[in-house]
Design a protein around this ligand. Structure first.
Ligand code: CMC
Length: 431
């Protein structure tokens, strides 16, 4: 961390404490409170970490006011439009866009790590048939530490790299197999002559009786969905991965923790929840009723796919996703898809409503992604697994960065205790 000349002064009663201020390359200044407890004997209080920077990072930057998302400095719309997922993976992991030779070597490594240890088939079969694919993914990714023990030594740089490549490479196979198991079809093995997105689509939709010809437009749309979800700074699941990793846990265990966190409807589960909401609304004339519910403080209902902790103007990923939805639905000849019609009308009506404008609530990345995925043939239960597979590179890049950070310490927040103070135990007959 660069030395700083700026300071903030905190006054508590008659005492004052100088706290250094660090200036980032972009974004607001950061007050360094690490020495505060030692000097002043007080903690800071910030549930939900709304004002707390948990680490230094050089990977992803978001300007929520401007609606800007940069990976290693490159805007997401340029990456989604001109690059492709594996190149973005390289960028996130290694910090720079690859040369042609570096990209070829990286793609070769990822392609040649896509198969799963054959014994993992038995592991999949241990799940109930009706298990949610996310439940299978949490279990199977955690179990990778048992199957790939030779890449769990986090002090060995080569093992760290192998684990990173294995996770990026095997996640599509794991997600596709979780899907196949869930719908009672045989597993389809990866093929090395296909690109990353096409391989995933084929593993999901081919059956032994009939191969699946991957439409390049659908494969491009799939690749764009992966790219748009690749990383997103210190969100809940990434922070979970970093916290798990801070104890020295192995990479497969850390990523399993990230997947578990992503599952919730306020985070990665929002794409499934959003499509279910559009289905429930059903027709454009019912939209006002749902907008009224979203505004009602006594109703827990929220517009899924709306709002974001950081974006307060627009989510740049949502703009690309909306264009992609139009392209895919046109290709498939379903431009009059009722959910797309409801989504577009809902977006328009919500944005015209003062409640959403005042609270700076806009469609986020999940508002349109479900419509594309459903049109491709995925059930809603697969939406969050696809988010998890896309985000794996972000988690693993942040994990790698953290392990190389000399300031890394085990994550251990403090608390504002509001419970009973010390009291004596009473025998049960005296209570
Ligand atoms: N519908 C209706 N009201 C909302 C919504 C919504 N979707 N989102 C926020 N609000 C209101 C909320 O009731 C609160 O009102 P008040 O100030 O009167 O209490 C205000 O806006 C601020 O909300 P918050 O919950 O304090 O904001 P947050 O930053 O903690 O939450 C969020 C962000 C994304 C969890 C929230 O907007 C939400 O629940 N959205 C729906 C779920 C969703 O789409 N999640 C996907 C996020 S993008 C993908 C990802 O990164 O995982």
């Amino acid at each position: 961390m660069a030395d700083t000349k700026k300071h903030a002064t905190l006054t508590i009663g008659d005492d004052s404490y100088e706290l250094p201020i660090h200036s980032p390359t972009a974004g607001p200044d950061v007050i360094d409170i690490r020495a505060l407890y030692g000097k002043a004997g007080v903690f800071t209080y910030d549930p939900g970490f709304t004002s707390t920077a948990s680490c230094d990072s050089t990977i992803t930057f978001i300007d929520g006011g401007k609606g800007e998302l940069l990976h290693r400095g490159y805007p997401i719309d340029q990456l989604a439009g001109q690059s492709h997922y594996l190149e973005v993976c390289y960028l996130l992991l290694y910090g720079e866009l690859p040369s042609a030779a570096q990209l070829e070597a990286f793609e070769f490594s990822i392609t040649h790590h896509t198969m799963l240890h054959e014994q993992m088939v038995n592991f999949f079969r241990g799940f109930r048939r009706d298990a949610h694919p996310m439940a299978i993914m949490v279990g199977v990714v955690g179990a990778m530490s048992a199957f790939y023990h030779d890449s769990t030594d986090i002090s060995d740089e080569r093992q760290r790299e192998v684990a990173s490549h294995r996770l990026i490479a095997k996640m599509p196979t794991i997600a596709a197999w979780a899907f196949k198991y869930h719908i009672g079809q045989p597993f389809v093995y990866p093929r090395n002559d296909l690109d990353y997105a096409s391989n995933f689509l084929r593993m999901c939709f081919a059956v032994p009786a009939e191969d699946y010809d991957v439409n390049p437009i659908l494969s491009r749309a799939m690749d764009r969905i992966f790219t748009l979800h690749a990383d997103h700074e210190q969100n809940a699941s990434t922070s979970t991965v970093r916290l798990a990793s801070s104890s020295g846990a192995n990479p497969f265990a850390c990523i399993a923790a990230g997947i578990a966190c992503l599952w919730g409807p306020a985070h990665g589960g929002a794409n499934q929840a959003c499509l279910e909401m559009l289905e429930e609304i059903g027709t454009v004339d019912r939209i006002p009723e749902f907008i009224a519910r979203a505004k009602d403080k006594n109703d827990p209902f929220r517009l899924m796919g709306f709002g974001h902790r950081v974006y307060k103007n627009h989510d740049p990923r949502a703009t690309v996703m909306k264009q992609s939805a139009d392209e895919v639905l046109e290709l498939l000849g379903v431009e009059d898809n009722p959910k797309l019609q409801v989504a577009k009308a809902l977006e328009k009506q919500a944005l015209e409503d003062p409640y959403f404008a005042e609270k700076k609530l806009f469609p986020n990345v999940d508002f349109y992604s479900g419509i594309i995925l459903e049109a491709m043939g995925f059930p809603t239960s697969m939406f969050t697994p696809i988010f998890a597979l896309s985000r794996t590179v972000g988690w693993i890049s942040q994990w790698k960065e953290q392990l190389g950070d000399p300031q890394m310490k085990i994550g251990r927040p403090r608390q504002l205790y509001q419970g009973e103070t010390a009291r004596d135990y009473q025998d049960i007959e005296d209570r």
